[in-house]
Write a protein that binds this ligand. Structure first.
Ligand SMILES: *Cc1c(COP(=O)(O)O)cnc(C)c1O
Length: 465
């Protein structure tokens, strides 16, 4: 029954001034006593949201911000669909299943039509599931050999925070290879130095958060093959393809990073990044059915029917997954290739133009990684400004172009990064360059800014992202 039939609601106070009054009595953190008119509440919230940033000018996020009208419609039509309720929504469940096998096919699983996988809320949840499977499989092997299962470890390069979470939440020693000098990625040599009998796996990132570059999955796999030949240690790889798993198949089909490598046992990806689905969908897939330990799958019968579930969440919206399916059907490889190539080309062009501005040295030029670029100051010690100043100034103009320091051992290195996503146009690139030029003109002449003393190198202490 609609709310207005059951409650005595005030006549609609929908002028901006009255809707302002909903919050003007300092009650923002107090649970409301009374019901209110839907229009007035909508308007209040709508007006508050107007002050959020413009997502098209957010060059920091990896996530989809460009949404086709058909996708909006599907989201609208799916607001009531609960992904876990496969008995009530068998069509939605079938769509999820199709997506899993389409991805298994895209990532060259030898058992694409029958392998295991699941949708998740994003790559973070998918990474947890991937990590858990690695841990379970390792324990099974160790138990069979009558060996200790007390101290599992996971080897990785500069990873996204989800892997720190996995290791802490699930009690696995993290062996994170630090950056050294110009080496900002994982290398086969560094992996081998850290692997032992307690290594449950190696996480290789296809599209590193900090620099957007792809780590060398194939080379690391080959090094682990050699390790196995020499020592008998058989260490699996999980690829964190949050961005890259939706890029490499289209942009670099010749790059061998996926299930074509037998050592790659599982892959995670964010549907809501370069999968181009709206926020809230990720994927975890295993190479072959037996790579996902059965003990991790729960059978649930209390929604009617019997359904296996492997997830951290239970109830979860279904719309994003349906939209992911829409994307697969609508775009196909051709459409994804077209969109990602265009983004990638724009990243490379911007890299050339930003290098030409003078004070910046390009760290990643947009080639062979995620569409985008990043740069550092050529000479931070003698620069009259920091990259944080550049970021602040651009932010004042509505552009989000983050500056942040690298993880250990290159905390001294500050980088600024741009991601190019679907929806970023050449016109926007021009506007951004124009703004960057103005910013530099402003920052390079400190005499013109008496309002901001002491903004020279090192005076800022931002925490990055
Ligand atoms: C974004 C990202 C994640 C986390 O993914 P969510 O979908 O935001 O949960 C994990 N790893 C990498 C490499 C990422 O880029």
């Amino acid at each position: 029954m609609p709310l207005h039939n059951t409650c005595k609601l005030k006549a609609k106070p929908s002028s901006p001034i009255e809707s302002e009054a909903l919050h003007s009595n300092g009650q923002t953190y107090v649970f409301p006593e009374v019901s209110r008119d839907s229009q007035a509440v909508y308007r209040t919230i709508h007006d508050q949201l107007v002050l959020d940033g413009n997502s098209q000018h957010n060059l920091a996020t990896f996530c989809t911000t460009w949404i086709e009208p058909e996708v909006e419609r599907i989201m609208d039509e799916s607001a009531d669909k609960n992904m876990i309720d496969k008995d009530e929504y068998p069509q939605t469940a079938a769509i999820e299943e199709r997506c899993i096998h389409m991805l298994a096919d895209l990532w060259n699983s030898p058992e694409a039509a029958s392998t295991m996988g699941c949708s998740t809320t994003g790559s973070s949840e998918a990474a947890m599931l991937g990590g858990l499977a690695l841990k379970w499989n390792w324990r099974k092997r160790r138990r069979a050999e009558g060996k200790s299962i007390d101290s599992p470890n996971l080897v990785m390069g500069p990873v996204q925070v989800c892997w720190h979470k996995f290791c802490r939440y699930f009690d696995v020693e993290i062996r994170e290879v630090p950056m050294e000098g110009d080496r900002l990625l994982l290398t086969p040599e560094e992996v081998l130095k850290r692997c032992d009998e307690n290594t449950i796996g190696v996480v290789v990132t296809l599209g590193v958060t900090f620099t957007l570059q792809f780590e060398p999955v194939r080379e690391i796999s080959m090094a682990l093959d050699k390790l196995q030949a020499e020592t008998g240690l058989d260490i699996p790889i999980h690829v964190d393809g949050a961005s890259g798993a939706f890029l490499a198949p289209f942009l670099q089909p010749e790059l061998i990073w996926d299930f074509r490598l037998p050592r790659v046992r599982s892959i995670n990806a964010s549907g809501h990044k370069f999968g181009l689905a709206p926020l809230g969908v990720g994927w975890a897939l295993w190479r072959e059915k037996h790579d996902l330990p059965e003990e991790l799958i729960f059978d649930v019968n209390y929604l009617g029917g019997n359904m296996p579930t492997f997830a951290l969440n239970f109830s979860r919206p279904g719309g994003e997954i349906i939209c992911q399916y829409y994307n697969f059907l609508r775009l196909g490889k051709e459409g994804y290739r077209e969109i990602q190539s265009e983004c990638s080309a724009m990243g490379r062009e911007l890299a050339v133009k930003i290098a030409a501005l003078g004070p910046f040295e390009i760290v990643y030029d947009g080639v062979d990684g995620i569409p985008g670029l990043c740069w550092k100051l050529k000479d931070p010690a003698s620069s009259p400004f920091t990259l944080y100043d550049v970021a602040d100034r651009l932010r004042d103009r509505g552009w989000l172009v983050p500056a942040y320091s690298m993880p250990p051992n290159r905390e001294d290195l500050v980088i600024q990064r741009i991601l190019i996503r679907h929806g970023f146009t050449r016109k926007m690139a021009e506007e951004l360059l124009h703004e960057l030029n103005r910013t530099l003109a402003h920052l390079q002449h400190p005499a013109h800014r008496p309002d901001r003393p002491g903004t020279g190198a090192g005076s800022h202490n931002h925490s990055g992202r």
